[in-house]
Design a protein around this ligand. Sequence first.
Ligand code: PGA
Length: 261
Amino acid sequence: MEVIILPTAEEASEVAARLVAHQLRAKSDSVLGLATGSTPCKLYQLLARMHSVDHLDFSRVTTFNLDEYIGLDPAHPASYHRFMEENFFTHVNISRDRIHIPDGLARDVPAYCDAYEKGIYDAGGIDLQILGLGSDGHLGFNEPGSSLSSHTRIKTLTERTRNDNARYFTDDREVPHHVITMGLGTIMNSRMCLLLAFGKRKAQAVAESVEGPVTASVPGSLLQFHSRAKVLLDAEAASLLTRADYYQWVYKNKPPWQSDL
Ligand code: PGA
């Protein structure tokens, strides 16, 4: 696990954007795993700018989103379909038929989830998975207690996550209880993980994920077992890390050949 701490979320997002661009330039038909929420918004803006200014090409890219609420129409303002459309897909030259977001209106949820998982496999697996971190330590919508080898399936949100996400809904009671999410096993199968976490609100979950024991009680901690996981933090999110000075020294003193920026 490589921990990269930058002073601000903007600077950390710039590093994330450069890593994604590096991936796409090395493999133009990359499969990206995408996240929603406030955390990756800046990253998507920067990628859209790289597309319009530097001609970063998304035409051969395939995407799989981590999760979606069950019962929300794709047109609902709080749906992750709508989020992705507004924050990313309309701003880059991605091919519509290569975009995959779990269908929150699927009739047969278990069969749908199996097919989603197979879709990832058939596309060759995820090359780079972008992740946010819940204040309760969740990855995707894999809440604490999720099986560490789980695949795409239905999950029930904790009240903490429902409260965290209520800001996207006009009425708190409207926040769905159920979601479809890639599993922790699905995430771990991706070739590279980029976890972004910003702000004081995430500091505890970051500390437990990066320096705590690996446990299903903190899904983010599973990334300690991933062979290529990078954790991009702003100073506030990193504020409870005991080895912050070491991570910063490592990042500043990388030999040039080790950098993939
Ligand atoms: P946030 O959510 O980016 O809106 O903080 C992250 C998450 O719940 O995974």
